[in-house]
Design a protein around this ligand. Structure first.
Ligand code: HEC
Length: 208
């Protein structure tokens, strides 16, 4: 036992002698066995930075950024949150209406062609994964739904829809979602939602 304590004391003196006390100053850089990302090129919050022309490390959010918990007052105008009228809610005199709203300002043929092209783009970005590029309900995600949960089926937008869904109702489904389909009122601006409705009508017409 005596030798144990003697060895322990000798060992402690050796360790302190070699490595020093915490906070000691050395002339050469300490050996870092595990650097643990202690040294990185980064800006700490609220500090200055020579990287940006204005010398500030903190940046303003990109123009148009919407905070995650934004209420209607903060959503950019083009999303139309909390606004009423056919253009914003698809309703004419209380029920879903038909036809393209006048706010789209479709005067020349080229206006309609532009709207359809935009609708095609947006449909392929947002809807085709489930409803398929042709709108037949056979998108890639639909195939996974079928395996994971056969109760969820992605409907074809081509056959039954034209008779049961006026333009305003299709617009409303995009805006507020339905059943297991999510809402797009925070992702797709109002004008683009109508563009998708117009493109969907073109898909339906070409499927006849
Ligand atoms: C994640 C997959 C998914 C995406 C993406 C999706 N949908 Fe759907 N959609 C569904 C499902 C599932 C239903 C059936 C919902 C129900 O009736 O419960 C549906 C139903 C619909 C209906 C018919 C609703 C009704 O009343 O019968 C329309 C119209 C529609 N979707 C349009 C769209 C459009 C346009 C887009 C793109 C903006 C889109 N969907 C994106 C899954 C999706």
């Amino acid at each position: 036992m005596k030798y144990f304590f003697l060895t322990l004391i000798a060992l402690a003196i050796l360790v302190v002698g070699l490595f020093g006390f915490r906070g000691d100053k050395f002339s050469s850089a300490p050996i870092e066995v595990f650097p643990d990302m202690d040294h990185q090129d980064k800006v700490k919050a609220q500090t200055a930075s020579t990287f940006f022309a204005d010398g500030m490390g903190s940046r303003r959010p990109v123009l148009g950024t919407v905070p995650k918990n934004a209420d209607s007052g903060v959503m950019p105008l083009e999303f139309g949150v909390g606004r009423a009228g056919y253009y914003f809610d698809g309703k004419l005199d209380g029920s879903f209406g038909n036809g393209m709203p006048k706010e789209l300002a479709l005067k020349e043929e080229s206006d309609s062609i532009g709207l359809l092209a935009r609708g095609k783009d947006m449909f392929n970005v947002h809807c085709a994964i489930c409803h398929g590029e042709s709108g037949d309900g056979k998108g890639v995600v639909a195939a996974y739904f079928a395996k994971a949960d056969p109760i969820i089926t992605v409907p074809s937008l081509l056959t039954a829809l034209p008779a049961t869904h006026p333009d305003g109702l299709v617009y409303d489904v995009i805006t507020n979602g339905k059943g297991s389909m999510g809402a797009y009122k925070h992702n797709i601006p109002v004008r683009d939602r109508w563009a998708i409705v117009a493109y969907l009508r073109a898909l339906q017409a070409s499927a006849k």
